[in-house]
Design a protein around this ligand. Structure first.
Ligand code: GN1
Ligand code: MG
Length: 367
């Protein structure tokens, strides 16, 4: 990833109806899954093209065509709508053969224009920015609410099936392929203790107490491009996991990331906790945008969604640590362990603040 293969990137660009040579290429490092590059393409005449080129991780997305099919469906659905939305959704440039991806050496690539004046944040200091972020993710669901779910593939089966995630976690603990379990026994105890609670949403979905809807499923704050000076959301990105899911998971994943008082992988656990101002602002924005289509039960289980997804991701990070770091990219030794511990610390603080979280949801839903 750090050694950029310009020849390969140029070969990929060659599949697109764009001319010019790559004058600059730099990696974007905040995703844990795909390889992303920011590229400057200089044509023989006219202005440069600023582009984002991404290689889909086919170890994680074993059928990249399905991912790109879903993105195509979403783009088509948006084009059909005449209403204009405040925040855009990312779309990919078509190749010379009319596909939204290119295959080079059996690897899947996609290309989009760099959104001018955009920036992403891994940490949110200013709570007031979160109302509009919540609104953007809420609106994302309302835009896609009438897209028939059977038109979308499940790009990663059981992605947020917390019961299966925890089953897989405990199976990995039993397997212990790298002898790492002995050092993380205390961490594992947390999952045994909260397993039942974390499975509640999955159980409710399977009993159809909670309906499936088209959801984003990876609603980190850095999956919205923000305007660099106004801080307003410009574009929702990372549509790889858009598929049927629960709004409480989207709400919860966004809270997990944007309302943490620290970054996602903070090793100093004393800094980690739930920032109630951030929580309140995001909740108000999200529920405002979703007003009218969520059921009472969906609203009542929003706060539980935040706890669930935080425990689920913690289990995924710890399972990957035990497995020898095969899934999430790591940038230092024990990175997945640090991520897992940070998420557990956050989940514990959420559990302590659950009543307050619930109250804010109920108040925000009434506005
Ligand atoms: C992964 O790589 P990225 O940032 O798109 C992961 C999410 C996690 C997230 C944690 C397909 O997302 O589920 O919540 O890391 N994506 C996949 O930062 O597993
Ligand atoms: Mg993602």
């Amino acid at each position: 990833m750090n050694n950029i293969n310009l020849e390969l990137l140029s070969q990929v660009i060659g599949h697109y109806p764009l001319q010019g040579t790559i004058s600059e290429a730099s990696p974007c490092v905040n995703g844990h899954i795909n390889d992303t590059y920011r590229i400057n393409l200089r044509p023989t005449s006219g202005p440069n093209h600023e582009l984002i080129l991404q290689r889909i991780n086919d170890h994680v997305f074993v059928e990249p065509e399905k991912v790109m099919h879903n993105i195509q469906e979403i783009a088509a659905h948006l084009r059909q709508k005449d209403s204009s939305y405040d925040c855009d959704i990312i779309s990919f440039i078509h190749t010379k053969t009319g596909r939204n991806y290119a295959v080079v050496n059996d690897q899947y690539w996609r290309l989009c224009h760099y959104v001018p004046n955009s920036i992403t944040y891994d940490f949110v200091e200013d709570s007031s920015l979160l109302y509009s972020a919540g609104y953007a993710f809420g609106q994302f669901q309302s835009i896609l609410a009438d897209l028939p779910m059977d038109q979308l593939h499940e790009t990663i089966p059981d992605f947020h099936n917390t019961r299966k995630r925890l089953d897989a976690f405990f199976a990995m603990v039993d397997k212990d392929p790298h002898g790492r379990v002995n050092d993380v026994q205390e961490d594992i105890a947390f999952f045994a203790e909260h397993r039942e609670l974390a499975c509640q949403l999955t159980n409710m979905q399977e009993a159809w107490i909670l309906p499936l809807r088209v959801t984003h499923n990876d609603t980190k704050y850095n999956n919205i491009l923000m305007h660099e000076t106004t801080g307003e959301p410009l574009c929702v990105i990372d549509l790889d996991t858009v598929m049927p899911g629960l709004p409480a998971h989207d709400f919860g994943d966004a809270i997990r990331f944007a309302a943490n008082t620290a970054v996602e992988d903070e090793p100093d656990l004393s800094k980690v906790g739930l920032n109630m101002d951030n929580y309140r602002e995001f909740t108000r924005g999200f529920l405002k945008a979703c007003s009218g289509f969520l059921t009472d039960k969906e609203i009542e289980t929003m706060a539980l969604g935040a706890i669930t997804i935080t425990i689920e991701l913690a289990s995924r990070f710890l399972a990957d640590h035990i497995d020898g770091d095969n899934y999430f990219k790591i940038h230092r030794p024990n990175h997945n362990l640090e991520r897992a511990r940070c998420q557990v610390a956050l989940a514990k603080d959420m559990l302590a603040k659950y009543d307050q979280m619930q109250q804010i949801v109920m108040e925000s839903a009434q506005v």
